[in-house]
Design a protein around this ligand. Structure first.
Ligand SMILES: NC(=O)c1ccc[n+]([C@@H]2O[C@H](COP(=O)([O-])OP(=O)(O)OC[C@H]3O[C@@H](n4cnc5c(N)ncnc54)[C@H](OP(=O)(O)O)[C@@H]3O)[C@@H](O)[C@H]2O)c1
Length: 402
């Protein structure tokens, strides 16, 4: 970035937000970290000290950061229920915004965040950085090179442990929508729709014509309209007219696809490869597997025919650099840390600096549009879990009257 102005950044949230703060502080030729917020101020202080910036503003009142003069970028990594208000206020001040996933507690709020950001012309990003994990970045390359062909089906899972002590809010419906679907499901859904879009043609943010089915471990909330998804969910999605008769080689058939996702934060669903995604393409089937706690063990392999031997893609592409083993400095797995580096260094930084035009559908970068799309699935999945049937995406949402 040389002599260019550094991007003045504040971070709300000192959990995963602590990893954002660390990456931003390490990219000091592009970014200047001004402050961090956590409700318990000592948590923010210990992040500031750990990243070697004890002099930055540390506060328990997020308004103090959002109202700080001259902030270029606001990073929001607080519980989901705060995303909408924090994002809207930051955008009103003219700040660019990164807001983590799930974007909001409802489609209405996610759509408003996108509308507001576009109207104000600010750069917006969300936390679907699994796209930059080496297995998925490399799978996207395979698609772009035409080795997968159009995709007919995607089968995926994401299974981890129950929330760590202090993170129980993840299953509190006042703070998070959809429990494990909001936590893990949206990552996998974004990956599947992003890969599908590259192979079969862009998938719209409103998923018009798609249907969703979900079976979830629901726990009712006394008097509340929204059931809590406790810790396990199966989600299926099908594109418009999936399953209708037609020639398989007809162009319109290539848009038809089916996605199945299993997510769990239940201790009894242990998996050697917690993240897995199988893509069934016209030419090959690819299997991507990863373990965030064993970042070097990830693999991407493919088969051309059933029962043929597998071939591996080696070396994988590492957009954010090589992963580190997880450590106290880089919690949440060394696998995800470089994905943040790539997001800030190669996407957010250049866009805010004006060196790359910012627009939706920029291919790789997860934006509020991506967040809104996942939110549609999340809401439809909850509607399906309640009714037990397939739900037309968007049927339960009325953006005009909300
Ligand atoms: N993209 C990814 O891969 C990824 C990974 C992990 C998390 N996330 C997302 O990041 C967000 C935070 O999750 P987390 O795991 O970091 O949770 P966490 O460890 O509980 O951290 C949440 C942070 O927000 C702060 N906070 C809570 N309420 C607040 C309020 N009213 N005002 C200001 N700060 C407040 C908390 O303060 P205290 O420190 O005082 O509790 C804490 O610092 C979630 O949306 C989650 O989905 C994304």
């Amino acid at each position: 970035m040389g002599s260019q102005k550094r991007i003045r950044t504040v971070v709300i949230g000192a959990g995963w937000g602590g990893s954002h703060a660390r990456v931003i502080s390490e990219l000091s030729d592009q970014f200047e970290l001004l402050g961090i917020c956590s409700r318990r101020i000592e948590r923010g202080r210990s992040v500031a000290e750990a990243i070697g910036l004890p002099g930055i503003t540390v506060t328990s009142d997020w308004h103090e950061l959002v109202d700080m003069p001259g902030v270029d970028l606001t990073v929001i990594a607080s519980p989901d229920a705060h995303h909408h208000e924090m994002t809207c206020q930051a955008i009103q001040t003219g700040s660019h915004v990164f807001c983590d996933k799930p974007l909001a507690m409802s489609v209405e709020h996610a759509a408003e965040m996108l509308r507001l950001a576009d109207a104000r012309g600010v750069c917006h990003a969300t936390g679907f950085t699994w796209r930059f994990a080496p297995i998925f970045a490399s799978l996207a390359d395979e698609i772009d090179a035409g080795r997968v062909g159009w995709i007919r089906g995607i089968d995926a899972h994401f299974t981890i442990r129950p929330p760590l002590p202090g993170k129980e809010w993840q299953f509190d419906p006042r703070l998070r929508i959809g429990g494990v679907i909001g936590n893990l499901g949206v990552h996998v859904i974004d990956l599947a729709l992003w890969l599908l879009g590259r192979a079969n043609g862009e998938v719209s943010p409103t998923l018009s014509g798609w249907q969703v089915w979900c079976e979830a471990d629901l726990v009712g909330r006394e008097g509340g309209p929204v059931p809590v998804v406790n810790d396990i969910a199966w989600i299926q999605m099908r594109s418009p007219e999936f399953g209708s008769l037609g020639r398989l080689d007809a162009p319109e058939q290539r848009q038809r696809a089916h996605i199945r996702v299993f997510v769990s934060q239940n201790d009894t669903y242990r998996a050697p490869d917690p993240v897995g995604l199988t893509v069934h393409g016209e030419r090959r089937t690819y299997e991507a597997v990863a373990n965030p706690l064993d970042p070097m063990a990830q693999s991407l392999s493919w088969v051309e025919q059933t029962s043929h031997p597998r071939s591996s893609i080696k070396p994988l592409r590492y957009p954010g650099g090589l992963p580190h083993p997880p450590s106290a400095e880089r919690p949440s797995g060394g696998l995800l840390y470089p994905t943040l580096v790539h997001l800030y260094r190669d996407h957010i930084g250049p866009r805010i600096a004006g060196r790359v035009r910012f627009s939706d559908g920029d291919g790789e970068m997860p934006t509020f549009s991506s967040g809104l799309r996942a939110q549609y699935v999340l809401e439809s999945a909850l509607a399906s879990a309640r009714t037990g049937g397939w739900v037309n995406v968007g049927d339960q949402v009325d953006l005009e009257t909300s």
